[in-house]
Every structure is written in structure tokens, then in C-alpha cells.
Design a protein around this ligand. Sequence first.
Ligand code: SAM
Length: 281
Amino acid sequence: MKPFDKIKQQINEDLHHKIPQKWKKIGNILVADFSQIDTNNLSQISQVYAEILKVKTVLQKNKVNGELRKPERTEILFGEDTKTEITEYGLRYKMDLSKTMWSPGNTGWRAVLDGPEKVSSFYSFDSPKVIVDYFAGIGYFSIQLAKSYPLAKVISIDKNPDSVEYLKQNLEFNNINNVEVVNDDCRNINQKADVIHLGYISNTLDFLEHAHSNLNDKGIAIFHEAYNNSWLGFKKRSDWGSIPTKFSKLMEENGFETMKFERVKFYGPSKSHIIAYLQKI
Ligand SMILES: C[S@@+](CC[C@H](N)C(=O)[O-])C[C@H]1O[C@@H](n2cnc3c(N)ncnc32)[C@H](O)[C@@H]1O
């Protein structure tokens, strides 16, 4: 029997149209939207979800926003502990969902070289000596990059001290020792590099000039951002696969040639989270 059918069995039929059919399970914590449920039913219902889906904590889904992508507020509906751990592509990550974000949507792209060609081709570099991750978070790209390029020195920067705390733990957890962690605004760090990873969304362009000035000749920038599909000129699925003219022109104006371009995931109804492999010119 499907989990949701089991859940419905234990909840009053009048409420079935209000309870969440979709949820995210991050480690042993459940995140879902229970906002349609009135407060006096909330704890009983979230307990049913916890038992059926075998999690220790149930959190009300809410937005991550602000510069540091911190959860706006954390509403615990069942349980008390917001710390959890996941294993992905052979690496373990500890995190606290009340302090740091985790985007299940990026799973495939966090595989770096362990991923399918579509992914690994964006993370194939020619024996880089220095790799800098400008928005390291709790380390999902930094640790994979460090593991994929053991001879490289990786510098992982994040402005959020809570993320940095977990980044340090996750490096130790996975016995990764070619990473230097910096808790600062990446624009304050001047470090020449062969590769700079810009895993950010909303105003990543604002950081491109700093990346350009810190890249060696022909250096590579891996650029993430979200754009309106209409601005990209993509109306249908088959349009994807080519490099949008407007995007490559914008990157040229910032001193980069766009070598590869791909969609990571949908980002709301008319937007897409994209990744681009840029070479400094
Ligand atoms: C969306 S998370 C990205 C995490 C990871 N790179 C990813 O792609 O999944 C953004 C991270 O960037 C950090 N951040 C935001 N602005 C920053 C800045 N100016 N310098 C360094 N880190 C910054 C935030 O603290 C947050 O951990």
C-alpha cells in the first residue's frame, strides 16, 4: 500500500483534501506543507506522518531566502531535533535544517564526476591546481570537487558561520583534507584559481567580475543562476541543448566565453535553474 494511502487510513476522511500528498524526506526529517491543517489537528496528523514515513522530526515547509539562504523560520510539528544526515554518491553530509538549506532538487548535479555525461562534462577540468567554491554551503560541491581532484587545493568560502561549521564537520566526516575553509564574503577573498564554482541563484552575475579577476588565463567559472525561459528564448523542451544568444552575449560582456549550457531544474512555473561552463577570455 502506498505511504499516502496508509496515512489516509489513520486520518479523518473530512481532512483528506487538506493533508499534504507531497513531501521531502531529508535524512530522517520530513518537510511538507501542513498549512491547510487547523492547529488542534496538527500534532496528531504530523505524528501519523512521522510513524508511517519513519522520521524523527516533521517540519512545516517554508521558504529559504535572504542572502545566506537560511530557512525563514523553522516550525517543528513533531519531534524536536532538526539535525540530520544524508549519504549521497558515497559521501555523508551532516546538516541542521533550522540553520542551513538543502536542495533535494540538485541531487543529480551534486554527483560532479560520478554523474552522467551531462553532469560530469561540466566538472571536467584539466588537472586544476586551485579550485575555489564561492558559495560552499555545507560542502556538497566542494567535497565532491576535492574528492574528484585530490591533487588540487580547494578553497571553500561561505558567509554563513552555521554552514561553515557543518562544512568543517563534513570534511572530517569524509576524510577530505585538501580543502581550506574560509568564513567570509567571497568578494573579500583574492585567490588566483584555475576553476571558480559559483553555486548561487538570484544575483550570481554580481560576483562574476570578482571571479574574472581571480581566474588564471583561460580559467573556468561554473556559473549557476535562474532565468525566465522567455528571456533565454526557450519556449519548448527541444530548445534546450543550445547556448542562448542573449546569455552568451551577457557573459562575453563580462569577459567569458560560454562553452556549455544546461538546465539543472525547473525553478518555478516559467523559470529555470541553469548551469554554464564559462572560460575566461
Ligand atoms: C544556495 S546556497 C549554495 C550552496 C551550494 N553551492 C549549492 O549550490 O547547493 C548559497 C550559499 O551561499 C552563501 N553565501 C551567500 N552570499 C555569499 C557571499 N557573498 N560570500 C560567500 N558565501 C555567500 C550562503 O551562506 C549559502 O550557504
